[in-house]
Design a protein around this ligand. Structure first.
Ligand SMILES: C[S@@+](CC[C@H](N)C(=O)[O-])C[C@H]1O[C@@H](n2cnc3c(N)ncnc32)[C@H](O)[C@@H]1O
Length: 490
């Protein structure tokens, strides 16, 4: 299989394995109605570290990932500064940050940034999970190559096109680019099918009942297909005197006998006067279970960049974020790729549209989907989390009824703790307190959040916390002699 070579690839090839582990630390004051177990999460920090921190608890558990990374247009405000130890890489970062149009290696840097993150995202994804990535023409082709290499070309599902605006930009140099892409991969073939979409009124209206068929509204489709074999071609004369054969270059969809029995059962339509070329009736009742998603997503169906900006503006009271995505766009992916109890991750959270979409979908179908958002900028609290707080609690000024009331829900706000330096622990240089280690392990591995100062080590067995389902033990003392002793060995 052809693969993509880029500067730095050798240095970052296994970088995801060496990223230091930094525990998640909860911040109750910035959380919203936090629950003690399995809450939604908003994490402030670089996603490279945050994804690593999520691994103990969420590896293979995320059903759907949506990410909207920097598109690398050369005009955005992003820097590549992952702490890759290689001296060559260190020099490269220092010399060439920040990344703009003049940086001839901006594509290499973008690929170096994406590579370890995509690896960690893949580890978090469930076997039957899917990942959706928004991108435009700047990196589309390179991202496809990267994804083929990391996720495998066999797991490519589709490339959606979002028709994000309708107004044609007349000052565009060549063409007014009114679309961008969302590529979708699955983790493995354990994922087989998207959910069907509920049928829209517009789609149902295509079904009519001009002949008062008791089987209900129908629409007609041709009896011939473009592919087939010549020996299956025939001419048939129906009992009503109409003769039919497939137009030249096409082939019958049914053998002659089957077609005649469809005639007898009243499934063929010959026009108002009964003498036209026959067509097959397809009944609305047979397709009621739903519609397959189109790969072209229109502004009417899922919203536009303009509606997305207006949504954020109405919630936050001003134009505080450039190019948010439309809530409807992300809800479309949730609809086709998740069930009511699934976990959804967005590691480039921006204005928090994914959390908004998750809460809106839960409100609509009574689901209990959970979200995890990661945002590295300081606005993780003031924009990302603040939008979600407002969406949860209600926005009095908006016209949308459910948003005015509030979509309900909660989240726990987290930051990243200091890297746990295994070496420092092994030499005894830096040993966390019992309470710090116990609360961290409990949260990162079981998703149970308790206050450090309420933790009491109940007995000598190391039992430190019990809930309805489990007892949690930690045998540990921040003392190197103890850790080396037989006492510390189970
Ligand atoms: C294009 S925006 C996402 C917009 C989002 N989809 C929305 O609808 O608001 C990309 C976001 O990813 C964040 N980001 C970029 N690099 C990141 C990193 N390494 N870790 C976490 N967040 C990052 C940026 O700060 C920015 O807010």
């Amino acid at each position: 299989m052809p693969t993509l070579e880029f500067n730095g690839k050798h240095h970052i090839y296994t970088h995801h394995l060496t990223v230091p582990y930094r525990p998640l630390e909860t911040d109750k004051s910035l959380s919203c109605n936090p629950t003690s177990e399995n809450d939604n999460l908003i994490i402030h920090g670089d996603n490279l570290h945050a994804l690593k921190a999520l691994l103990p608890r969420y590896a293979n558990r995320i059903k759907c990932i949506y990410i909207d990374p920097p598109y690398n247009t050369g005009k955005e405000d992003w820097e590549y500064n992952d702490n890759v130890k290689s001296p060559l890489m260190q020099t490269w970062f220092k010399e060439n940050s920040p990344i703009d149009n003049e940086d001839l290696e901006r594509h290499d840097k973008w690929l170096c940034m994406m590579w370890p993150r995509l690896h960690l995202l893949k580890e978090l994804l469930a076997e039957d999970g899917t990942i959706f990535i928004s991108i435009d023409d700047n990196e589309m082709h390179r991202l496809r190559m990267l994804m083929d290499e990391i996720f495998s070309a066999d797991n490519f599902i589709t490339q959606f096109i979002w028709n994000k605006k309708n107004v044609v930009q007349n000052d565009a140099k060549f063409a007014s680019v009114n679309h961008e892409y969302i590529i979708c991969y699955r983790k493995s073939d354990a994922f087989q099918k998207f959910n069907l979409l509920p049928r829209s009124e517009k789609a149902n209206q295509r079904y009519k009942n001009p002949d008062n068929d008791p089987r209900g509204p129908w629409q007609s489709v041709a009896l011939q297909a473009k592919s087939g074999t010549q020996e299956n071609v025939y001419t048939v004369t129906f009992p009503n005197g109409v003769t039919w054969s497939p137009p030249s270059g096409t082939f019958p969809k049914f053998p002659k006998e089957s077609l005649l029995s469809l005639y007898r059962e009243g499934y063929l339509y010959f026009g108002k006067k009964g003498k036209n070329v026959p067509r097959l009736k397809k009944y609305l009742s047979d397709v009621m279970q739903g519609m397959v998603s189109n790969s072209i997503l229109t502004t009417d169906e899922v919203g536009s960049t303009q509606t997305a900006t207006e949504t954020v503006k109405s919630i936050m009271g001003g134009n505080i974020f450039n190019s948010p995505k439309a809530v409807g766009l992300i809800q479309r992916f949730l609809l086709i790729a998740t069930g009511p109890d699934d976990i959804i991750l967005d590691s480039f959270a921006g204005s928090g549209t994914t959390a908004h979409a998750v809460l809106a979908s839960n409100k609509e179908d009574g689901g209990n989907r959970k979200f995890i958002l990661i945002e590295c900028e300081d606005y993780a609290d003031t924009i990302t989390a603040e939008r979600v707080r407002r969406v949860i609690n209600g926005v009095p000024e908006v016209s949308d009824d459910s948003l005015r009331e509030g979509l309900g829900g909660s989240f726990t706000y987290c930051t990243l703790g200091k890297p746990i330096e295994i070496e420092a622990m092994l030499t005894g240089k830096e040993l966390p307190s019992y309470a710090a280690l116990a609360t961290n392990l409990l949260f990162t591995t079981a998703g149970v959040s308790i206050e450090e100062d309420t933790l009491d080590q109940k007995n000598d067995d190391g039992l430190f916390h019990s809930d309805n389902e489990n007892d949690y033990y930690l045998i540990y003392k921040p003392d190197l002699a103890f850790l080396r002793s037989n006492e510390a060995i189970l």
